[in-house]
Design a protein around this ligand. Structure first.
Ligand SMILES: [Zn+2]
Length: 482
């Protein structure tokens, strides 16, 4: 077997329609994003996968800083007693904790938990940092890894260790904290829709799905191509729960001591899983230009040395006109088709083919990754046209995902339709709900669908619960989910 053929076997991608789960893993392998590690549930993020995370981080970090947040870093080891102080918090996280019992060759006096999230360790510092109303609001973000022991790992979506950011803020009033929860959720929505090109529904979690220790959790939820929902980011109103157990207090303007009001919010490497499952096709992933590590793959095409020199030269001079898009010039001695496939698998939004005839005619051929469309343009228009087309690809990816989401959102009024649609079609189901946790649990038991969110808008006239028939409190989004 020749080397090239060997390569072809390795990058075989299962079709989405045949087996979506298998497709997902095949695409990750084919695009060279990540791999499983020796410890079950852990993930090695390979350079291309990591460069996507670096871009996510770069854009979000800028948005956080522009809204007054500062980065800090807190230790990954948390005294076990810290977690136990907030009852709901420890109950929520206990099953997934990794605990260090020995270190330095002996048994520790107190076990250390490897952070599953950092509220407790950060707020023990906040208690020291905050004295007066002048110290508020305190707006901190941390980029780090966290560990939540995972029984059913899945690359990017559920891994035992993952990378994320966690914002932690303290405010003088509940109103200010609530405004922070909303404004961070809005930043998440803006980022996910306008950079990742993933449309989301926005709202509150039901009581059973809120963050352990929070008063209320807000969420953005996307719909994947297998019609399951994925939670893409959450923002929590922590009230004074943690402030009370960690003694985070301040003297108000009148000189009396008050507990602060807190929020936390997070987004993780699971967003890369969302990018794959929303935009990917049977050839690989498709990267939205605004987040793509490489926007253009410029491919000189030749048959002999003379053509090689000419086309590479043309590729280089085109590259010099590219203003602000990351690009590669792929002039490896591989057949053009091999080079095309590689960038296609990696989802590079635009391929630029430069053959000997193109050089002669002062033109290049652009191939869109999202539609496969071939566009021949004059080299003189290169810089303008790629800017336009990359922008068009960004919008097309969003519009296409939005259309998919619309087509797979079903308004349902009764339990028979609910079951039938979840079973036969999947997607989001919008239905009236009584607000009772028992009813929500019964729906989950019967259909595996959970409440993804209670939308902030559309809380108008209410009918009856689609499941139990009691008077409805909300019209909510249900879906099976990751
Ligand atoms: Zn009900």
């Amino acid at each position: 077997m020749k080397a090239d053929e060997d390569k072809e076997v390795k990058v075989k991608i299962t079709k989405r329609i045949t087996d979506f789960s298998r497709w997902y893993l095949d695409v990750i392998a084919a695009a060279d994003l990540a791999d499983y590690a020796p410890v079950k549930g852990c993930m090695v993020i390979k350079p291309y996968g990591f460069s996507i995370w670096e871009n996510i981080k770069k854009v979000l970090d800028k948005m956080f800083k522009a809204t007054g947040h500062k980065n800090a870093y807190f230790p990954m080891f948390i005294p076990e007693s810290f977690l136990k102080r907030e009852a709901e918090h420890v109950e929520g996280f206990s099953p997934e904790l990794a605990v260090v019992t020995h270190a330095g060759g002996k048994k520790l006096e107190e076990n250390l938990v490897v952070r599953p999230t950092s509220e407790t360790i950060i707020y023990s510092s906040f208690a020291k940092w905050i004295q007066s109303w002048r110290d508020l609001p305190l707006l901190i973000n941390q980029w780090c890894n966290v560990v939540r022991w995972e029984m059913r790992p899945r690359l990017f979506l559920r891994t035992t260790e993952f990378l994320w950011q966690e914002g932690h803020t303290a405010h003088a009033t509940h109103e200010e904290a609530q405004a922070e929860v909303k404004s961070m959720l809005e930043i998440y929505r803006d980022f996910v829709e306008n950079y990742l090109a993933i449309p989301v529904v926005v709202g509150k979690k039901s009581g059973s799905a809120k963050f352990a220790g929070a008063l209320e959790t807000s969420t953005i939820e996307g719909l994947m191509q297998d019609k399951k929902a994925l939670q893409c980011g959450t923002s929590h109103d922590l009230g004074q729960n943690f402030a009370k157990v960690f003694g985070v207090k301040f003297l108000d303007k009148a000189g009396s001591e008050q507990y602060v009001w807190q929020t936390s919010w997070g987004m993780s490497t699971r967003l890369i899983g969302a990018l794959i499952m929303v935009h990917g096709d049977d050839k690989g992933i498709i990267m939205p230009p605004r987040i793509a590590p490489t926007c253009l793959a410029i491919i000189p095409i030749w048959k002999n040395d003379e053509e090689k020199a000419k086309t590479i030269e043309a590729a280089n001079s085109l590259a010099q006109t590219i203003f602000d898009f990351p690009f590669v010039i792929d002039d490896r001695d591989l057949r053009p088709a091999w080079r095309y496939y590689e960038w296609e698998r990696k989802g590079v939004p635009l391929r630029v083919e430069v053959g000997p005839r193109d050089v002669e005619n002062n033109q290049v051929v652009l191939v869109r990754r999202d539609t496969g469309e071939k566009i021949t343009i004059s080299q003189d228009d290169f810089a303008t046209r790629i800017t336009e087309i990359l922008e068009a690809i960004q919008h097309n990816l969003y519009d296409r995902a939005k259309q998919f989401c619309k087509e797979n959102t079903h308004d349902v009024e009764n339990w028979d339709d609910f079951k039938k649609i979840i079973d036969q079609q999947g997607g989001f189901i919008r239905a009236e709900w009584c607000g009772l946790a028992e009813c929500e649990a019964e729906i989950k038991e019967a259909t595996k669908a959970t409440i993804r969110c209670i939308p902030f808008e559309d809380q108008g006239k209410r009918g009856i619960c689609a499941h139990c028939g009691k008077p409805a409190q909300h019209r909510v989004y249900f879906a099976q989910s990751y």
